[in-house]
Design a protein around this ligand. Structure first.
Ligand SMILES: Cc1cc2nc3c(=O)[nH]c(=O)nc-3n(C[C@H](O)[C@H](O)[C@H](O)COP(=O)(O)OP(=O)(O)OC[C@H]3O[C@@H](n4cnc5c(N)ncnc54)[C@H](O)[C@@H]3O)c2cc1C
Length: 317
């Protein structure tokens, strides 16, 4: 079922969902199941599975460093299929511009159709670690909006080559990313919102936001989006702080602000166990307020660990 239909069916009730990251290549999927199992009692209608682009790894060989381009966490679509089968839940693979040609994207979307995966998140992806700016893959897309258009074209029965026109239209529900504190490369929040509007005009059906720690930023973002004519569901993304290092890491990687009150509460902790508790309590307060405001879904970034998400869900759902 499509995410937008899940939202309609819920008739104003806030749904619970979360995002998982595939295991490192060579690790078993069982660990993932162990983390997902405890969350299934909260009946998520869908689970997102991230995609990580290829990156350079260095291995020492005969005293020299050997540089290899590899995807360290492959298997997004396989995991989507396996979770759908095991838990009877909708799964949402993240589809990236970075690291994929348009052809490869088309193959992936065809596989999604065969697997009856109806929802996809269309994302640009970040620059590779060694690059300062995102450079599109040769034969791939530069912006998520182009990827949205490719998926929307398949929904119209238009594949990449004119020779392969089909009456069999795709029927994908397309999610895209939104940034309450603006995307790091955008010159302003307003210009980023205009880019978001382009994605919606090209066929995006819903938006999931980057994490934020101050609900005011989310409410203002939704208000500004609505004022601009973005009328699709906007789903807040929530990440509980779990370790002290997150105070530096999250702003650095995701360009998000952390409220002073939360910083002080984390800094006062003497162990990561205490930090985890502070993070859970903050996320519970955030979630309760967002739920009271009628958000369609609360989407949690689990980053592979579920115990803190379970503690939050117990209080909120
Ligand atoms: C919910 C969510 C899930 C995510 N999942 C993943 C994942 O699984 N894997 C992963 O690698 N990353 C993931 N990301 C991170 C995401 O890939 C990065 O934030 C990336 O840098 C931007 O992706 P985007 O889809 O927002 O890009 P875009 O929408 O293409 O925007 C990127 C930047 O370009 C600007 N822009 C857009 N169009 C134009 C244009 N025509 N001309 C000039 N500027 C333009 C925008 O304002 C923005 O600053 C996720 C992010 C979110 C919020």
């Amino acid at each position: 079922m499509k995410i937008t239909d899940h939202i309609k069916k819920a008739k104003g009730e806030t749904l619970f969902s979360f995002e998982i990251v595939p295991p490192v290549k060579g690790k078993s999927i069982q660990e993932l199941y162990r983390n997902i199992d405890p969350l299934m009692e909260f009946k998520p209608p869908f689970i997102d599975v991230t995609t990580s682009r290829e990156e350079y790894i260095y291995k020492e060989k005969d005293g020299l460093l050997d540089k290899k381009l590899t995807r360290t966490r492959p298997g997004t679509l396989g995991i989507c299929a396996s979770l759908k089968h095991k838990y009877d839940v909708d799964t949402v693979p993240h589809v990236l511009c970075g690291g994929f040609t348009k052809e490869e994207t088309e193959y992936l979307l065809v596989d999604c159709q065969y697997l009856e995966i109806e929802n996809v998140m269309a994302l640009r992806g970040d620059a590779r670690k060694e690059e300062k700016y995102f450079t599109p893959t040769k034969g791939g897309h530069q912006f998520a909006s182009e990827l949205v258009k490719q998926i929307h074209d398949i929904n119209q029965g238009k594949y990449l080559h004119d020779t392969i026109e089909s009456n069999e239209c795709g029927d994908f529900c397309i999610g895209v990313a939104g940034y309450p504190e603006k995307h790091m490369e955008a010159p302003s929040l307003q210009s980023d919102l205009k880019r978001l509007k382009e994605k919606v005009e090209l066929g995006a059906d819903y938006v999931v936001t980057q994490m934020f720690f101050d609900n005011k930023k989310f409410f203002e973002f939704v208000e500004a989006a609505r004022a601009l004519g973005i009328n699709v569901p906007i789903i807040p993304g929530i990440k509980p702080i779990a370790v002290k290092r997150h105070l530096q890491l999250l702003p650095q990687v995701f360009r998000v602000d952390i409220p002073q009150e939360l910083i002080e509460a984390v800094e006062a902790c003497t162990s990561n166990q205490e930090v985890r508790q502070v993070g859970v309590e903050w996320a519970i307060q955030q979630s309760k307020e967002l739920k009271a405001a009628g958000v369609p879904v609360l989407h949690y970034y689990s980053m592979g660990k579920s115990d803190n998400i379970k503690d939050i869900a117990k209080e909120v759902f």
